[in-house]
Design a protein around this ligand. Structure first.
Ligand SMILES: [Zn+2]
Length: 299
């Protein structure tokens, strides 16, 4: 069988990936020097999940990836033969078949695009009614100004990621505790403010140490109106983890923290109904379920 026919059959067989599939090979493509293999790793292929795309090439290459109108960087290993990228399946994405294109460039400057498909299935998110202090649903003009300033600050921060990967192996849970609010649930505060829960809640007694889920740079460590005492860690390639409602923060903005390092203590500051940690994850403008990241290898 001709190579082009074999390639076409492999592409057709692997066009749609089914939920629950780990380390699925997506596509094998040929370049002059040999085969490029692209595979994926994920918990589920539905809204709010992170997917890892891995690539092996026979010669050193640099690579980027286009998906859903966004560009993602690949992280090379020291040989530049193995690379990985993380992509976010956004909460607002419609279920369906999506195109991904890997853009390769060899050290000799030869470019090649490798296209393939990813199937996204629908997920049902629960709804919850929550009562909080009135100051969180009826804002004064001073509160509204503060919130606007904080939103602008966060937008500046999220626009400044590093192209280098700062993580160190697999991600770890920031603390042990009982799972409370789930990612993506619809929340109605005091019967009149609706929002989407963009993280998970881990209930734990006030004062429990909170650990960095992976290494990175502390890009924010301050009190915010809704999320209270908040730490945001930049792990590189536009991936940020956030730790909210803490009673105390013990790291400074600009510091580098190692995986598992204590960054603060649980509390109930900001818009909160009791001691817990809100643990969030953001990748390239999309919020994702941090638990989906726990299923990915980073060896
Ligand atoms: Zn929360």
């Amino acid at each position: 069988m001709k190579t082009s026919a074999r390639f076409l059959i492999i592409c057709l067989m692997l066009m749609i990936l089914y939920p629950g599939c780990l380390n699925a090979t997506l596509v094998i493509s040929r370049i002059d020097e040999g085969e490029v293999t692209i595979s994926s790793e994920y918990r589920r292929l539905c809204q709010g999940e992170i997917v890892k795309i891995s690539m092996k090439s026979p010669v050193p290459v640099s690579a980027a990836l286009s998906f859903d109108g966004k560009e993602y960087s690949f992280v090379p290993d020291s040989t530049k033969l193995k690379h990985f990228a993380l992509i976010a399946l956004g909460l607002d994405m419609e279920p369906g078949i999506y195109d991904i294109i890997v853009h390769l460039e060899s050290s000799r400057g030869v470019k090649k695009d490798i296209p393939f498909k990813l199937g996204l299935s629908a997920k049902a998110f629960p709804s919850k009614r929550i009562r909080v202090a009135r100051c969180f649903t009826t804002l004064t003009s001073a509160d509204a100004r503060r919130i606007k300033n904080e939103e602008e600050l966060l937008s500046r921060i999220y626009g400044k990621s590093s192209p280098c990967w700062m993580g160190n192996g697999r991600f770890v849970m920031p603390l042990k505790g009982i799972m409370g609010g789930t990612f993506g649930e619809q929340r109605v505060f005091n019967d009149n403010v609706v929002s989407r829960h963009r993280g998970i809640d881990i209930r734990s007694p006030k004062g429990t140490p909170v650990k960095a889920s992976n290494s990175g740079e502390v890009i924010l460590a301050r009190d915010l109106y809704f999320s209270g005492n908040t730490v945001i860690i930049n792990h590189g390639i536009s991936l940020f983890s956030m730790y909210c409602h803490m009673s105390e923060i013990i790291v400074r903005e600009g510091a580098f923290v190692g995986k598992g390092e204590n960054i603060g203590y649980t509390g109930s500051t900001g818009r909160s109904t009791g001691p817990h940690l809100h643990w969030g994850l953001r990748l390239a403008d999309d919020y994702a379920d941090p638990l989906s990241l726990m299923h990915l290898s980073f060896d």
